[in-house]
Design a protein around this ligand. Structure first.
Ligand code: IMP
Length: 420
């Protein structure tokens, strides 16, 4: 299938970077369609680890990379990552859509300040994501095409900076000056100019010509601005429908790969029904290196939540699941999986639309015998029977095939399970 969409099926950090890197080998073009440098995609190749926040993970495979219209771009991060890739991998082949939004220095300030003042904190990455997307919605954003055009950029700053200063003042922050901002950023805008390309049109033509395209999602479905655990969400659309809109392509028949860890993690605040605490959580956190790639924060840890996976699969139309970090569960005596929730005495099989109901739900667990994994496996059938039962339980409950199984950070630690 020429088009594949990769979606995080939980709260982000599912290991999408590795899955995208694995799939990139056969792809021609890898497109990041949402979010900004709040994301952190880790790709391990041999003894090298790449931590990318904005550049699509396909950059490590020297693929054509695109930042689509739905992306929020911090120009400083983008230039740093271009430099890193050019130093470590080779010349980047990058196209940036003119409609993508620019994260401005005042967005970072406002993100931090509004988080401080909130009584219920979201725990944002403080990368300016929310304020940048809010500006897009309120028509105060600066698009990539404006940013790289000297006259337009200056004109736009003159229009929006006075409005932003009202907000900065209200938060007791130092106000910005349009001329100073123009001076500060115009060197970067000049360097990025050559990457502009109408990504929407480019993808349309590429798909028509039979090119293999991967649409790479950032964050996870339950951080979606509409369907996530609102207000504890990010500000973009993280699901598969968002992928088409944000990349600017019409709906195509495609593989939709829902990436899920064999357990679950969350960074930041918000409901997490299967969360566990204490020594077991610490052991999983250490073994899985569950610390934010972007902020270094320790991730909250919990059991796999099938109502979440079922809900994400229904709304995103997953055609398959990629199960990651199975090795982290290796050595546990017992593994628990939530197959449903109890809400007010009722059994519920999906995530409720109301976040306050999700906060009250009690997960219903199935207990499974643990397993020990070895470091090198050749096929699905090399997995211990208990691990295979675990995977089959997921498939039975979600109604979707688990096609890829990742049991370590390296490319070769990936199994493809045949259709049964
Ligand atoms: P923001 O995207 O920085 O506005 O943060 C909103 C929420 O999304 C916070 O709970 C963050 O911790 C979470 N978040 C944002 N990006 C990621 C990610 O890439 N992985 C996991 N959580 C994320």
């Amino acid at each position: 299938m020429p088009l594949s969409v990769i979606i995080g099926a939980q709260f982000g950090d599912e290991g999408k970077g590795k899955i995208i890197d694995y799939l990139s080998e056969k792809a021609d073009i890898v497109v990041r369609f949402n979010g900004g440098d709040n994301a952190g995609h880790t790709v391990v190749v041999g003894n090298k680890t790449y931590k990318l926040h904005l550049m699509p993970s396909g950059a490590v495979q020297k693929k054509i990379c695109c930042l689509a219209s739905g992306v929020a771009i911090n120009p400083k991060t983008l230039l740093e990552e271009i430099e890193l890739i050019e130093k470590e991998v080779g010349k980047v082949k990058l196209f940036v859509d003119p409609r993508a939004q620019i994260i401005m220095p005042y967005h970072l300030l406002l993100d931090g300040a509004s988080e401080e003042k909130k009584c219920k904190k979201i725990g944002t990455t403080k990368k300016g994501i929310g304020p940048c997307y809010a500006d897009r919605a309120s028509r105060q954003g600066i698009r990539f095409s404006e940013f790289i055009n000297k006259n337009k950029f200056y004109e736009r700053l003159k229009e929006v900076v006075p409005l932003k200063n009202l907000e900065l003042k209200a938060f007791g922050l130092k106000q910005k000056n349009a001329e100073a901002l123009f001076k500060e950023l115009s060197k970067m805008s000049y360097k990025l100019k050559k990457y502009q390309m109408d990504v929407s049109k480019y993808l349309h033509v590429s798909l028509k010509n039979g090119k293999e395209v991967l649409l790479e999602g950032a964050q996870g479905f339950f951080l979606d601005n509409d369907f996530g655990t609102y207000p504890y969400v990010t500000s973009s659309h993280t699901g598969s429908a968002g992928a088409f809109m944000s990349a600017g392509i019409a709906y195509h028949e495609c593989r939709v790969i829902g990436v899920s860890k064999a357990y679950c993690t969350r960074v930041g605040a918000g409901p997490f029904p299967t969360e566990i605490n204490g020594s077991l959580a610490s052991a999983i956190r250490e073994k899985g290196n569950e610390y934010g790639t972007t902020t270094g924060r320790p991730r909250r840890v919990g059991w796999l939540d099938l109502p979440m996976l079922r809900t994400a699969s229904r709304i995103c139309g997953f055609t398959e699941i990629a199960l990651t970090k199975l090795d982290v569960l290796s050595g546990l005596k017992e593994i628990k999986v939530s197959t449903a929730y109890k809400i007010g005495g009722k059994k519920v099989k999906e995530v409720p639309a109301d976040t306050f109901l999700l906060e009250k739900c009690k997960p219903m667990y199935v207990r499974l015998k643990g397993f020990e994994l070895s470091h090198e496996l050749k096929s699905f059938y090399d997995l211990p029977s208990e691990a295979r039962s675990y995977i089959k339980l997921i498939e039975k409950n979600v109604g979707i095939r688990v096609r890829m199984i990742s049991y370590g950070p390296e490319r070769k630690q990936t199994l493809i399970k045949a259709q049964e």
